[in-house]
Design a protein around this ligand. Structure first.
Ligand code: ZN
Length: 318
């Protein structure tokens, strides 16, 4: 069950047992560091309960991902799944001064309560996901308490929080706690290899720095991509001295793997320019593909990149 969720076997087990036994609490708190899959799990849980294809009380499997309920939830257009967060708070603000707050206030929870007691439009289960719950004001918590004390039917409230420090005991005692652990490095590495086609070596490096968080790993990933976008704009914005180009290629060609990764990422950027101006960039796309082949065939990474970067610079700035 819940195959989209990486690791978190304990959390998945708690939820799937409750679904199977039809003993589903009306409120949860999903607690754990950022990037450990709390929001994704809440969404997958909503899909599982509303999915029309299978009977999940009998079959130990995740949501079908194809029925109209699963699709609506995935695309954020499901009317009975409400995300109660800072964005929503800004959206319902009546005055400019109510926007951009650092706490989730009582007005937002009152807004949620109005929706809580409306009958589900077409889903079987209504979901309210409050994030980040630890940022709620005391008034907001007290207001929420009323809903937790008189839970409406077929409605599930999920609080998402990094820690429980600011969450009142009166709230914690009325919700089921599900703990989310930092992800093992190997799981993060596998995810990066699959999603971004990174080499194992590079994915391992990023995973080591990610502190068990997919979000952090992806931020580090984007930074790497940005680094190469900067390199691309330097190479294509003005004619550079050969010595400067050689310094750049040397810094990228640390080893074969990172040279191949650099060429792949630069190719993505170059492809965007190619789409706008095929005549100007066609040769560069070809040269990039050729360089990648050479690198895969054991050519010296520094030589290949020297050659490639000089070519890019001369073709765009001659
Ligand atoms: Zn489905």
């Amino acid at each position: 069950m819940f195959e989209k969720i990486i690791a978190q076997e304990k959390a998945k087990k708690i939820l799937s047992e409750q679904i199977k036994n039809n003993k589903i609490p009306h409120a949860y708190i999903f607690m754990g560091e950022e990037g450990t899959g709390k929001m994704l799990t809440a969404i997958e849980f909503a899909k599982t309960l509303n999915c029309t294809i299978n009977d999940y009380t009998k079959i130990d499997a995740g949501p079908c991902n194809h029925c109209s309920f699963c699709k609506h939830i995935d695309s954020g257009t499901f009317p009975d799944l409400h995300i109660i967060n800072f964005e929503k708070q800004d959206e319902i603000a009546e005055k400019e001064s109510e926007k951009g707050k650092t706490k989730l206030g009582i007005k937002l929870i009152r807004y949620m309560q109005e929706k809580v007691y409306i009958k589900a439009t077409d889903g079987k289960w209504k979901f309210f996901i409050i994030e980040p719950a630890e940022k709620m004001t005391i008034e907001a918590f007290n207001c929420l308490l009323k809903t937790l004390e008189e839970p409406p039917d077929n409605t599930i409230i999920i609080l998402i929080a990094k820690h429980k420090e600011t969450i009142p005991v009166t709230i914690l005692s009325r919700v089921q706690t599900v703990a989310f652990q930092p992800l093992p490095n190997i799981k993060i590495s596998e995810y990066l290899q699959e999603k971004y086609s990174l080499s194992k070596e590079n994915a391992d490096k990023i995973a080591d720095m990610a502190d068990g968080s997919i979000e952090k790993a992806e931020r580090l990933m984007v930074n790497t991509q940005n680094e190469y976008s900067v390199l691309w704009s330097e190479l294509t914005s003005k004619k550079l001295a050969v010595a400067d180009i050689l310094i750049k290629s040397k810094s990228v060609a640390k080893d074969r793997e990172s040279a191949i990764e650099a060429v792949s990422i630069i190719t993505e950027t170059a492809t965007k320019f190619f789409r706008q101006n095929p005549a100007k960039y066609a040769n560069i796309i070809e040269k990039l593909a050729e360089s990648k082949r050479y690198l895969e065939q054991n050519a010296n990474p520094t030589n290949v990149l020297d050659n490639l970067f000089m070519y890019i610079n001369s073709k765009t700035k001659s």
